[in-house]
Design a protein around this ligand. Structure first.
Ligand code: CTP
Length: 401
């Protein structure tokens, strides 16, 4: 049920911290990707290495890291952006109080303030503490502030007494987590919108074993499609011949050639939003042989003809209120060439991509994109999966304000 969802798990310093290890495993078994943040006192109960081994990711504890001073302190922003849901389990009375009062004295609480996703708090403590007036007030305040709270269960506590204060079973936490993510997407800026995204290269065949193509991995296009799902869109992905797998639930239709893609795009021409991230070949062989061309029979030159410019066709035949987003990969004069394409193809936004950047281009997980609109321009840099979300938020959060 949580397949492909991104869970940020916050672990605070209570004895139930050991149960967070099992919780992490249960999230993973349900198909979620999990990253972990611990408070320094949580590491007294369970070593951070346990969580980093299981999550196959580094665990954030300290705000400042002497060995990696440039990058690590902004993790609360990036991880808060990355997650579909931030689950704080167990959440001690101390951290609950800090959250309610907006404190940000460690990575876990700073991420609470920075997160753009919903937050689920699982208060877990001794029965006496849980029943105290301050904790009751803080729980009510947390709910008023829009946090989701899963109240603790009754049972044997570490103190030896039986009372309310236990961390609920993993099943209950997972079920609530799934419900929160689903509800949150319904409120996203793309909720109710049909979104068409194309990704990957085309192949133009000379004969059954040879084709003209490009090294597009489809990663950026698939990241755009996943981001659109996370913002509530009903997404159809037109997917070229790539190995990259989409993790979110979406309809997928496959293409090989530019002509295939043109047919599919025409079938979906009334989508509310169209994102053309596919690397479409501009030319195809004027003729292609049904049989493999033998060396001794072959010509040394190939006659080519142009493929349809799909985005241009979509721009000329656009539906009312439709938003068209294109990509432009350039090796020189990035901004100038991208702006020309924006005007010529009659589209709303273009994601300009320099092939010369250190961290951009085909096959990398990172990218540098300049999002250019008719009146504005903004740069995005970082993992493709993160900047895809930032780009769509930049376009559609503004549109719905
Ligand atoms: N595109 C398209 N159909 C084509 C070629 C490109 O729909 N036959 C789309 C791409 O998916 C992209 C945008 O147009 O969103 C720009 O693609 P790009 O290859 O950068 O530009 P071209 O228009 O092909 O121009 P050039 O190759 O001369 O830079």
């Amino acid at each position: 049920m949580l397949s492909g969802k991104r869970i940020l798990l916050g672990v605070t310093g209570g004895i139930a911290a050991y149960k967070a290890v099992y919780l992490l495993r249960e999230f993973q078994k349900a198909g979620a990707e999990v990253r972990v943040i611990m408070t320094p006192s949580a590491t007294r109960f369970v070593g951070s290495e346990t969580f980093s081994s299981l999550s196959r990711n580094e665990v954030a504890v300290e705000m400042f890291n002497d060995t990696d001073p440039g990058e690590s302190w902004t993790k609360h922003i990036h991880w808060g952006e990355w997650a579909d849901l931030y689950v704080i389990a167990p959440c001690t009375a101390n951290t609950l109080s800090k959250i309610v009062h907006g404190q940000s004295d460690n990575m876990l609480t700073s991420t609470v303030l920075a997160a753009r996703c919903p937050i689920l708090i699982c208060p877990t403590m001794d029965g006496e503490m849980y029943e105290s007036a301050s904790v009751s007030d803080n729980i009510s305040q947390a709910k008023n502030h829009g946090f989701h709270v899963l109240e603790p269960e009754s049972g044997y506590l570490a103190s030896g007494i039986e009372a309310v204060g236990r961390l609920p079973e993993a099943d209950a936490i997972l079920e609530y987590a799934d419900q929160i993510i689903t509800e949150n997407r319904k409120k996203g800026p793309l909720s109710g919108k049909k979104v068409l995204v194309s990704a990957g290269p085309t192949r133009e065949f000379l004969d059954p074993v040879r084709f003209i193509s490009n090294p597009s991995s489809g990663k950026m296009g698939i990241a755009m499609a996943e981001a659109a799902v996370r913002l509530g869109g009903e997404v159809t992905l037109l997917k070229g011949p790539v190995d990259e797998k989409e993790t979110e639930r979406m309809a997928v239709e496959s293409f090989i050639t530019a002509d295939d893609l043109f047919t599919l795009a025409q079938n979906h021409k009334d989508a509310d939003i169209i994102i053309m991230a596919a690397a479409v070949s501009d030319f195809k062989p004027a003729s292609s042989s049904k049989e493999k061309v033998k060396k001794e029979d072959s010509e040394t030159s190939i006659e080519m003809e142009q493929t349809p410019d799909i985005l241009q066709w979509l721009g000329e035949n656009r539906a009312e209120k439709q938003v068209l987003i294109g990509f432009a990969m350039e090796t020189a004069n990035l901004e100038e060439n991208a702006k020309k394409k924006l005007r010529k193809k009659n589209i709303d936004w273009i994601c300009a991509n320099s092939l010369t950047g250190e961290n951009s281009g085909f096959h990398t997980d990172q990218n540098e994109i300049q999002l250019i609109g008719k009146e504005s321009s903004k740069e995005f840099k970082g993992p493709k999966k993160e900047i895809a979300l930032q780009i769509l938020r930049e376009i559609f959060d503004k549109a719905t304000q």
